[in-house]
Write a protein that binds this ligand. Structure first.
Ligand code: ADE
Length: 245
């Protein structure tokens, strides 16, 4: 997978050199390029923003600078398929595990990280004539810019690429995985720590009982913390025991 990121703070993306994402880059599973938006400015001051039409507080990012940047970054395609453009914004559609899986199937993503009050709306309109564009929010809160949101999305996507996570089984049983539940609590040695015991059933070696316990815990936790996820479960996927938890 190829990922381009356009930002006025390239240093913000430094964590992409670390951990699983960094390793995926080293092994050639992932090609990441970070671009400084100011390379496409047209004036001595390298201006990227201007006052909003209609008035109001803050500044808006200039369409001409963004337009040129995206033209150049996406022109790398030559005659090949255009990238999918992701614009992180608190006004976007909510990012989910399902969306991470969808993006993990794309060969090429371009992230356009806005700052200030956002990017002139015509930039997305114009880009959408040439490529698929998704404006995505990582949650109902406001960050100072799209960089951290891009990091979040990239990490969620890259760990789904084949070969990035050592044991693919570990992707199946986690929160927001296939069963639509939050993950059950986990424990390791020692069996007793500061007077707290590992639940007996996990020491039993009885796979069926362990699996039942884990599902019960996942159901309970999800009902407590995320009742909205319980409402979304497929009723046919619940057995009688599930319903009694
Ligand atoms: N930029 C600022 N806040 C954001 C959010 N919540 N999600 C995505 N991009 C953002």
């Amino acid at each position: 997978m190829k990922i381009d990121i356009v930002t006025i703070f390239p240093d913000y993306l430094a964590p992409l050199e670390l951990s699983l994402v960094g390793k995926a880059r080293e092994t050639g599973l992932l090609d990441v390029r970070v671009h400084d938006l100011r390379n496409w400015t047209h004036d001595r001051h390298r201006t990227v923003d201007d006052t909003p039409y209609g008035g109001g507080a803050g500044m808006v990012m200039k369409p001409d600078v963004w337009g040129d940047a995206l033209d150049d970054v996406a022109s790398d395609a030559g005659t090949g398929p255009a990238p999918r453009l992701i614009v992180p914004t608190p006004a976007g559609v909510p990012f989910t595990q399902g969306m991470a899986a969808e993006l993990a199937d794309e060969p090429w993503l371009v992230f356009a990280c806005g700052r200030y009050e956002g990017i002139d709306a015509r930039v997305v309109q114009d880009a959408a004539t040439r490529m698929r564009v998704s404006e995505i929010s990582i949650g109902d809160y406001v960050l100072n810019g799209g960089e951290v949101a891009a990091l979040v999305m990239i990490e969620a996507v890259v760990r789904l690429l084949p070969g990035v996570v050592g044991n693919p089984e570990s992707l199946r049983e986690e929160s927001h995985g296939e069963d639509g539940l939050l993950e059950y609590p986990v424990y390791t040695k020692p069996p007793s720590w500061r007077g707290l015991q590992v639940p007996e059933v996990l020491l039993s070696g009885h796979h069926g009982r362990v699996a039942r316990w884990r599902r019960d815990q996942a159901l309970r936790l999800t009902a407590q913390r995320r009742p909205d996820l319980i409402d979304k479960l497929d009723p046919d996927a619940l057995d009688d025991h599930d319903r009694s938890v």
